[in-house]
Each structure stands twice: as C-alpha cells, then as structure tokens.
Design a protein around this ligand. Structure first.
Ligand SMILES: [Zn+2]
Length: 121
C-alpha cells in the first residue's frame, strides 16, 4: 500500500481511537456517579438502571472496536496493515474505507460471521 494512503488510514484510526477512548472513559464516570447516588426514588433508579444497561452494552461494543483500532494501528507500525489475518490476501480497498480497523477481507469476514473461521478470538 502507498505510504500516503497508509498515512490517511493512520490518521483516521488515530482519530477514531481518540473518540472511542473518550466514550469509554465517560461511561466509566457515569457508572461511578450513578453508583454513588443513594437518594433516588424507585422510578429514577429504574430509569438509571436502564440507561446504565444501555451505556454498558454500548461501551462493550466500543471497547471491542477500540481494541480492533489499536490492533490496526499496531499492524500499521509493523507494515502489515491491510492484510487479511486469515488468508493473508490484501483486504479490499472499499472494505478498508468503510472499516479501517478490519482484520479480515470480505470473504473471511463472512466466514467469521457464520462461525466458520478457526482463528477467531
Ligand atoms: Zn481473508
């Protein structure tokens, strides 16, 4: 891959990492605050529990993506960026444009989603 293009992906990934790290941290702050407040009526507690569940499931998602983004940045450093982790073929340009932290090419991603990929962590 061209250096210029790699740099573009690196910038996008760095920005994404920054944004995700902010979300993960603010969710942790929210959980701390919600846990510390004991003077609420049951309706508030219920709605907070709901918000907390929602935030939690979002933050699980975001943590997963954050991890993938960090791995992609490591691959960029190691000169392995854009190579499928399974078949070692170049990942399609369009796919990287859409998902710069993708570990797999479209074919292998499809296998992974169907649970047919062996090296899935
Ligand atoms: Zn592949």
């Amino acid at each position: 891959m061209e250096k210029k293009r790699l740099k573009q992906f690196q910038e996008r990934l760095t920005a994404k990492r920054h944004a995700l790290a902010g979300v993960v941290i603010s969710t942790e702050d929210y959980e701390r605050e919600a846990g510390a407040d004991t003077s609420q009526d049951p309706a508030d507690i219920a709605s907070n529990a709901y918000t907390k569940d929602l935030l939690f499931s979002q933050s699980v998602n975001e943590r997963t993506i954050l991890k993938l983004v960090e791995e992609a940045l490591q691959r960029l450093d190691g000169g392995e960026y854009g190579i499928c982790a399974n078949c070692e073929e170049p990942i399609q340009d369009k796919r990287l444009e859409a998902v710069p932290w993708a570990r797999h090419c479209i074919t292998c991603q499809d296998l992974q989603e169907r649970g047919l990929l062996e090296d899935d962590e």
